[in-house]
Design a protein around this ligand. Structure first.
Ligand code: GLC
Length: 536
């Protein structure tokens, strides 16, 4: 825990609390459940966990609608549970990053309720975006990212802005009370001992003055926001500079990572300039086609863009908003990556490709973000019935969008029947788990040679041994369809992204491979969708 640049090459594991482990048996995961599973995470070999929100919330958007930023929702536990979780994690050598949701609150937040109760002219209305409409129409033409208009009318006739669900009113970040409030929220959790924050919709918050119309532009997609009057405005950087100075007051390198969907990598790099946040998710990489030249150029572009501001690159393939990469990489992986209806894929081929992509990702210089369940090779669940779906976008967009529940199905830990140790035997789980998941459980894969869990455990252990954060990536010549690069002294990663088996010269000893490889006349043959790490 003493390495002060820990985050530059950290492996950070995203826990989606409602789907991780359910200790009290109500069908929804909780903080005591996470606490009970910390040894699993330590043995997996990750450096830190990031927890999606567990704060008091009516759960209109699975906790991304926060009613009280300093209270834990009773479905997840208490603030003492959070304190105990952080302390236990530290004892196991794990750091803890929590989610901060500053763009919007819940409509049940005390400020918003009071703003509503007090009516037009209430000073609390100024902490949100309340406006009069244009006749019977909303104040401008902005659509909500979750479908429908971005404005909801209240009984006294005014409208309020919500870029997401109607239960998520946007804060007015021009109001000093909003900025003050968030500075004290940061301190609250830093004092409790957390090691950092994941900043939700970090490219939101600041809106163009006057909230101008966008001229009937097409609908906005969750993460494909382009140039817009409410995303990635230059003003957000002032907020991050003020937060960075707070983080730096605390010992032990507390960090912040931005969920910033900006149009170019250089715009994303603005969030990680030396006096701003530490990391930003690399969504450009997440959305890159599984194709050799696209992968290679995105890797180069990412390293160059973040390197230009002295920040480490991050790499990620899955999270709670996107179709799992066991599925997504199989159909182009381009265009809309979030919330869209996933199609069926050959699961064996999908897992092979996902394993190759994960082993490539873990060899890249920088920090890796893993999403719970990817270490088990979980498939996307594509056949959840509409009545169990909870993604608010699914309901607002009346089924054309909002398929995020398929990656949020609770983790299978053990046993042969649902809920597979997620909660007590025979107990509920908030989303049904497929009947076929027994063979994917932690218990079924632990210690099994060739299992996806074993591949992750072994590669994370090797990662600590074979290269250092500062080891650059140096591309090597490779046959068509194959990418090969070296790092430091004595490490090579070779990945066959092509459609044919590839013969490569054997550069040394195999450290780990994502799938079987064979030897042929002194060369190694890598089937398509195979990654190998070598010691050279
Ligand atoms: C972020 C979260 C997503 C949520 C949205 C609104 O993108 O990752 O889950 O729905 O913000 O808070």
């Amino acid at each position: 825990m003493s390495d002060l640049r820990w985050w530059r090459d950290a492996v950070i594991y995203q826990i989606y609390p409602r789907s991780f482990a359910d200790l009290n048996g109500d069908g929804i995961g909780d903080l005591p459940g996470i606490r009970s599973r910390l040894p699993y995470l330590r043995d997996l070999g990750v450096d830190a966990v990031w927890l999606s929100p567990f704060y008091l919330s009516p759960q209109a958007d699975a906790g991304y609608d926060v009613a009280d930023y300093r209270t834990v929702d009773p479905i997840f536990g208490t603030v003492d549970d959070a304190r105990g979780l952080v302390a236990d994690a530290h004892e196991q050598g794990l750091r803890v990053i929590v989610d901060l949701v500053p763009n919007h609150s819940s409509d049940q937040h005390v400020w918003f309720r009071q703003a509503l109760a007090e009516g037009p002219g209430s000073p609390l209305r100024e902490r949100y975006h309340f406006r009069d409409g244009r006749g019977d129409l909303p104040p401008n033409d902005w659509p909500s990212i979750f479908g429908g208009p971005a404005w909801t009318r209240v009984p006294d006739g005014q409208w309020y802005l919500h870029l997401f669900a109607a239960e998520q009113p946007d804060f007015n970040w021009d109001h000093p009370a909003v900025a003050d409030e968030f500075r004290t929220i940061l301190r609250f959790w830093l004092d409790l001992g957390v090691d950092g924050f994941r900043i939700d919709v970090a490219h939101g918050m600041v809106k163009e003055p006057g909230l101008p119309d966008i001229g009937g532009a097409a609908e906005w997609h969750l993460f494909d926001v382009g140039d817009s009057p409410c995303f990635d405005r230059d003003g957000v950087h002032e907020i991050y500079r003020s937060w960075r100075s707070i983080l730096d007051e605390y010992p032990g390198e507390r960090i912040a990572v931005a969920e910033a969907w900006a149009p170019t990598l250089s715009r994303v790099a603005n969030y990680v300039r030396p006096d701003e946040l530490h990391q930003a998710f690399n969504f450009s990489y997440l959305g890159t086609a599984w194709e050799p030249s696209a992968q290679r150029s995105m890797i180069d572009d990412s390293l160059a863009a973040m390197g230009a501001v002295g920040a480490p690159t991050t790499w990620t393939l899955s999270n709670h908003d996107v179709v799992r990469h066991t599925n997504r990489l199989m159909h182009g992986n381009t265009g809309d990556i979030a919330g869209k209806k996933p199609t069926e894929v050959d699961q064996v081929a999908g897992l092979r490709r996902a394993r190759a992509a994960s082993l490539l990702l873990l060899a890249l210089p920088g920090s890796a973000y893993l999403y719970q369940g990817e270490e088990l090779g979980l498939p996307e669940v594509i056949d959840l019935p509409p009545e169990v779906r909870q993604d608010p976008a699914f309901h607002r967009a009346t089924g054309q969008d909002g398929y995020r529940d398929g990656c949020r199905v609770p983790i299978p830990w053990s046993g042969t029947r649902a809920p597979y140790g997620f909660g007590p035997e025979g107990g509920p789980s908030w989303l049904p788990q497929p009947d076929s998941w027994a063979s994917l459980s932690v218990e079924a894969q632990s210690g099994v040679a060739g299992s996806t869990l074993t591949m992750y455990r072994d590669s994370l252990a090797l990662r600590r041994k074979v290269f250092a954060a500062e080891d650059d990536l140096v591309w090597q010549d490779a046959p068509t369809g194959v990418l090969a690069f070296d790092r430091g002294n004595g490490f090579r990663c070779t990945v066959n992204i092509g459609t044919e088996p590839a013969r490569v010269e054997v550069p040394g000893q195999v450290l780990i491979a994502s799938g079987p490889i064979t030897a042929e006349d002194g060369a190694a043959v890598l089937p398509p969708d195979t990654t190998v790490w070598w010691s050279i």
